[in-house]
Design a protein around this ligand. Structure first.
Ligand code: PMP
Length: 428
């Protein structure tokens, strides 16, 4: 039976020594009440919390676990390289091998730079674009996430208006609003940032339209600006190439992280020939950016990406889950909003503006061993099997039944408070 006594005890200790008990997207503050905050291990598609409860993990570490937790060949590559030396005074041969592998894998890429987090890569992209163009203005989609540096973090606490200067926003997939943003940049356009799909939190996902992606490319070319695709979250989850290869558009820069080393800490900025000179001279670095062991893990992950059918597996699992959930919801008189690509599902309820249904349902799922998220897109790992999906569907069915029996629900107080707090902060 499901318990959370160890988790509650750890939370109490954390409260004393970690500000707010936890921070960032790893905080469960805005998740349904029974979501565990602390985990003890992961293996294949499964995750165990501090109390030993097992979950089929549809968050996959918020993206990194592409092949499942603890893939032996990848972890062995890491351990082998670590035993020879990881963080040395300079990079090892594996850095060149990895850059060769990435430029061979991703069509637009002629060069690669490595860093640690997605934010490092997006910030570096911004700097390279400004250096390349000698212009300042960045045009990017309203509501899109590109990281937690002062120029892009979603909340404004601790951030000044000056930190956000030289940015103009457009609405994803809206060609007119993109054109208006570019027009407002005048002769100062350095770059257009684009998420590979619209994968913002709390709202339905959208694939890019060909018209929008193509227009973004044209506008950059007309202005001599760089097109940046932020593939940190979706990279290698929709294609074995940059995600916009699916709409036939090649960016000048693309940013990568999360899945590229199946969970080992490394991210990347890839660029085309055009931007090489500008990239060579921006000053960017970090104590751990040249560590060899995560690079060895990334090299092995790229081999898995080339040589296995993980992409097809994840798509098939995604389709099975989506149609199974629609059927189960229908049986109990509910309708789901399942949006975006099947491999990166976002699942919300129709007629659930205050998210009370979603929270109740996810809370029932968590207590039965399925880790779903009520308002963030989810992920598959190629370690999942049809049996895992079928177990998920059984648990989902049971949870729909409980939701129906519960009758009318109160709005989710913590979400209401969060929305109030967010809207009371001065938008920048
Ligand atoms: N861009 C996108 C699209 C992301 O999803 C994320 C992380 N969720 C980032 C950038 C930032 O990556 P990181 O958290 O590793 O800094």
């Amino acid at each position: 039976t499901w318990t959370n006594t160890s988790d509650r005890a750890l939370r109490a200790r954390a409260e004393a020594v970690i500000p707010g008990g936890m921070y960032g997207h790893q905080s469960v503050m805005l998740l349904p009440d029974d979501y565990p905050q602390f985990f003890s291990r992961g293996s294949g598609p499964y995750l165990w919390d501090a109390d030993g409860n097992r979950y089929i993990d549809y968050l996959c570490g918020y993206g990194p676990s592409l092949f499942g937790y603890g893939v032996e060949a990848i972890d062995q590559a890491y351990v082998r390289r670590m035993s020879q030396g990881d963080t040395l005074t300079g990079p090892a041969e594996v850095m060149v091998e990895l850059a060769e592998a990435f430029t061979a894998q991703v069509t637009h890429a002629d060069w690669a730079m490595f860093c640690k987090n997605g934010t490092d890569a997006t910030t570096m992209a911004l700097m390279v674009a400004r250096n390349h163009t000698q212009k300042k203005t960045i045009v990017r989609a309203r509501g899109a996430y590109h990281g937690a540096a002062p120029w892009c973090t979603p909340l404004s606490l601790g951030v000044t208006t000056e930190d956000r200067a030289n940015q103009i926003f457009y609405d994803y997939n809206d060609v007119e609003s993109l054109e208006a943003a570019v027009a407002a940049a005048g002769s100062d356009l350095a770059a257009i940032f684009a998420s590979p799909i619209k994968h913002d939190t709390f709202v339905d996902q959208e694939r890019p339209t060909t018209a929008y992606a193509t227009r973004a490319r044209e506008l950059c070319d007309e202005h001599g600006a760089l097109l940046i695709v932020d593939d940190v979250r979706a990279g290698f989850r929709l294609a074995r190439d940059c995600s916009w290869s699916l709409v036939g558009v090649q960016p000048d820069l693309s940013t990568w992280g999360k899945a590229i080393a199946n969970g080992h800490p490394i991210s990347a900025l890839l660029g085309s020939e055009k931007a090489r000179g500008a990239a060579a001279f921006v000053y960017v670095t970090g104590s751990y950016w040249f560590s060899a062991a995560p690079m060895a893990a990334a090299l092995e992950t790229l081999k898995h990406i080339r040589e296995t059918d993980y992409l097809e597996t994840n798509l098939a699992l995604g389709k099975r889950l989506r149609s199974g959930l629609d059927e189960a919801a229908g049986r109990h008189g509910f309708a789901l909003r399942q949006t975006g690509p099947e491999e990166l599902p976002l699942i919300m309820f129709e007629e659930d503006a205050d998210m009370a249904k979603g929270y109740f349902w996810c809370n029932a799922l968590i207590r039965r061993g399925v880790y779903f998220h009520p308002w963030h897109n989810m992920f598959f790992s190629a370690a999942m099997t049809e049996a895992d999906i079928d177990f998920t569907l059984e648990v989902a069915d049971e949870s729909f039944k409980l939701l129906k029996a519960a009758g009318p629900l109160e709005p989710v107080a913590k979400l209401q408070m969060a929305h109030h707090a967010i809207h009371s902060i001065q938008p920048l």
